[in-house]
Unconditional design. Structure first.
Length: 349
């Protein structure tokens, strides 16, 4: 599932603007809606993130763009994963949360711990197949890792070393100042080396909050390899209102030929149209419980040209009309016309 939350680009418009660039033009070129930036409930593909970050660095001629953007981000961008991490018993427990549940933020990345007697290596990986060259995106990730460590260990925390897979984008001394440690450039692995004793440091543990968030994360994180059908669902959810939830565009975002996408879905016992229909059904069931959302707007959100199509679909899915379902599920409260369906709602496919 090569998608990532909208918070992954938090601070992007401000940094690009400060550097004299046009953030909306860069985002649109990358296939990202500007309104989705900073929105935890929005998704875009990881390839779009790479495009936005790398093109911003080129356009603004800023060799440290990724590291600059990381300074605008922090543990809060990870939503419930960040909450679970900061309420853990120790720094090691917090890192374990990221290792186990980062998929709730983006299944396209992983953070793993390679423990040692004196030092441990926190490794970052991009999980999408054959990613393009993305040095700025990697430095963004390393910068965010440093920000999280400093949140947990103190604002002046200095790791032992930072491991960067590419040649330097700026003088090495700038890396030393930024990370407060020696950079290992052209490294075979990406990550940060820390003292093992630092991982043992205790945190202010909130057992109740920690348990509640873990219970939630266990319901939304699939510990197994994601299927193709589950991978495309968040993107379909984003594309439906635009009327562009079609095989060619979705396949392009996953760097697949349309026939390959169809073939993989068939191998899983489904089809693209069936996945789209199921996403629409889940959205309808969720939003029909909110009487403040007009049926005409809901129809448009599902990508239907006419409200009558929504009515026929509800009959097929639930055996009843949208109005009757709203009465049953919403307690019969009357709708206030004209309310816009918000992407900040708590629905996630």
């Amino acid at each position: 599932m090569s998608v990532i939350r909208g918070t992954s680009l938090r601070g992007y418009p401000e940094v690009v603007t400060e550097l004299g660039g046009d953030p909306n033009a860069l985002l649109t070129s990358a296939g990202i809606r500007p309104d989705d930036v900073g929105d935890f409930d929005a998704f875009f593909t990881y390839l779009s993130l790479i495009h936005a970050v790398e093109s911003a660095a080129r356009t603004t001629r800023t060799p440290d763009f990724g590291r600059r953007l990381a300074q605008r981000q922090g543990i809060e961008m990870f939503g419930p994963v960040g909450v679970a991490a900061r309420t853990a018993e120790s720094v090691a427990g917090a890192i374990d949360i990221f290792e186990s549940y980062l998929g709730a933020y983006s299944p396209s990345n992983s953070v793993t711990v390679d423990p040692g007697d004196e030092t441990s290596f926190l490794e970052f990986k991009i999980l999408i197949p054959y990613p393009p060259a993305c040095p700025q995106t990697i430095e963004l990730a390393l910068g965010v890792m440093l920000r999280v460590l400093r949140f947990l260990l103190g604002s002046d925390y200095a790791p032992t070393a930072v491991h960067i897979p590419h040649t330097p984008l700026a003088p090495q001394e700038e890396y030393r100042r930024y990370f407060a440690c020696a950079p290992t450039l052209s490294s075979a692995r990406v990550g940060i080396t820390v003292l093992a004793e630092d991982l043992r440091r205790p945190l202010v543990h909130d057992e109740m909050a920690h348990g509640v968030v873990l219970d939630y994360l266990d319901t939304v994180v699939d510990r197994h390899r994601p299927t193709m059908s589950s991978s495309i669902r968040p993107l379909i959810r984003q594309l439906l209102p635009t009327g562009s939830a079609a095989v060619p565009l979705v396949a392009e975002q996953f760097r697949l030929h349309p026939k390959t996408l169809r073939r993989r879905l068939v191998a899983e016992g489904t089809t693209f149209n069936a996945v789209v229909d199921d996403v629409r059904r889940e959205m309808a069931e969720h939003y029909l419980r909110d009487p403040d959302i007009t049926l005409s707007h809901l129809a448009r959100e599902l990508g239907y040209a006419e409200q009558s199509v929504l009515s026929r679909s509800c009959q097929r899915w639930f055996g009843s009309s949208p109005g009757t379902l709203r009465e049953e599920w919403g307690g019969g409260r009357r709708s206030r016309p004209g309310r816009k369906l918000s992407r900040d709602a708590d629905y996630q496919p």
